[in-house]
Ligand binder design. Sequence first.
Ligand code: SF4
Length: 205
Amino acid sequence: MFKTEVRACRRCSLCCDTIQPVPGRGPRRSRIAIVGRNPGGTENRLGFPFNPEAPAGAELAQMLAAAGLQRRDVYLTNVVKCFIHGNQAPTSLECAFCARMWLWNELAALPRLKLLVLCGNEALGALLGLTGIQRWHAKPLYVAAQGDEATLPVRGDIEWPLTAPLRVLPILHPAAALRRPELRALAEQDVAAFYDEVAALESAT
Ligand code: SF4
């Protein structure tokens, strides 16, 4: 039902460029969710996020494999559900609007969610109100449940409607090191940090 609603969304002008909005995909009982920016050309055409036929999806699959996971083990989604002409980045306003429409509800519908991976500046900004992914990447954060004292240095007015405590791992977007080889070393730190988070999750169960 949720996916059908997302695909039918025409609530902002970004729908003009897209074939159809692309909802998240993955098991509802997943403990890990990975949030990217918005669908690229391949995702727009095929209709699911981080498509393995696209370079960023293939890069993400490698990070998952290094941690002993497959795509089907995690929930994959984007802050913004629509492709933007020229593969441009959505504005912070567009990110906030679409996330409020769909992303928060998507994440809240994952009852076992324990680890949230934020890929790139748009996800970092939309979910935590932080900027500068190169500053925050590969550093796990802890977000307490509503009503608890959060240990995360988030902006004062950030909305965090999820009700369960989470580990949050910001990483560079998988496409970043493909476009800018000088970021490869940072991306490798992200792969190592993700491995550690998954290992900690496994040992806690
Ligand atoms: S970007 Fe989000 S809010 Fe705007 S039309 Fe697409 S799905 Fe709807």
